[in-house]
Design a protein around this ligand. Sequence first.
Ligand code: FAD
Length: 383
Amino acid sequence: AQVGVVIVGAGPAGLVLGNLLLDRGIDCVILERRDRAAVEGRARAGFLAPRAVRILTGNGLAAGLLARGQTHTACLFRSDRGEFTLDYGKLGPGEPHTVYPQQELVRDLIDAYLRRGGRIRFGVEAEEITDGRVRVRGGTDVTGRYVAGCDGHRGIGRATLTAHGTRTARWDHGVSWLAVLAAAPPSLPATGYALHERGFAGHMARTASVTRYYLQCPRGTDPADWSEDRIWTELATRMRTAEFGPLREGAVLEKARVDLRSDVLESLGTGRLWLAGDAAGLISPSAAKGANLAVVQAESLARALAEALAHGDEAPLARHAGACLPRIWHAHEFSQWMSTLLHGPDGDDDTARYGRALQYARLESLRTLRSHQDFFAENYTGI
Ligand code: FAD
């Protein structure tokens, strides 16, 4: 039997979409390649923007994050020129982030989806999408009036759309981060960005006992080459602990290399196939936008699909794509701005010296000019 929407992928995009479709009385099924424990255990994002929180709250999906999430309103910047804090919660629109680990949000969304009577099949990999029919590896095909590709930037949803001519705009930031998850309480009262001649280092709270750190590293770096000792020593150097005080160290729970790349598809879908989240566009983690974009797009797609299924009216689907793409590009523009603030060019030739001087001029503007601080706050928390 045909369902209303087959959703491929149980990340933030697919799960928000599934919940919101069920709320609108639309029959759907989620297919997820991994098992439930793997999906619920994958630590990635942590910073939720006010708009994403409002969507989750307005749809009864925020009990966990409201109970256990922490409000964050400040970030600090360190360099060889000192340290300053930006209290972005009091700048621009004056809004905070909610810090809540992505895997906990995913767990809450799965629970909510199942409580609403939703169907989800774990350990099921979609391998081909043809006109509403999803072929499943080693299993029975599933057919939907629509298919939502919420299966990330390497998924079959994106591959299907691009195979039919949808083009991609792509940017390689040319830098990589070693993303470290440490069993240690946060060391700073704010999100920390450290500019250093050895490369960027970042500090991001996750929970009272877990902190994420980032270390800029060369492309091709093997995380196995980074022992715990080496990680903490390098973090101490780049975060200038001799000057500003020690980090609270702990066991390294995870370390992975993230190559900073961004891309956006020129269309979010066509006909019976529509994409949301990383499937539609991958954004470098420099401004923590990816999961937020996934939530916002999923909400918009849910409304448009519900209209199409309830009234046979596909105009809202076209309007959805028209409204989401500029929002996606806006986030990319700020992410790019952040990336050039955090990463100076390598080398010591004239061009590299020019690039580094601009990087510090941007930092100085952020430290001293209210207009730049308001711009930062509005874009940092906005989506
Ligand atoms: P995903 O979360 O990737 O989910 C896709 C799902 O589809 C997966 O579960 C996958 O198993 C499944 N799947 C794939 N292929 C198939 C298939 N063929 N069949 C069935 N299932 C399939 N974003 C923020 O907003 N804030 C942050 O602070 C932040 N920090 C980050 C830190 C790191 C280190 C990284 C890597 C990312 C970070 N992000 C952040 C980005 C954020 O994690 C992603 O943008 C977000 O997970 C996208 O959600 P999604 O649902 O589109 O895709």
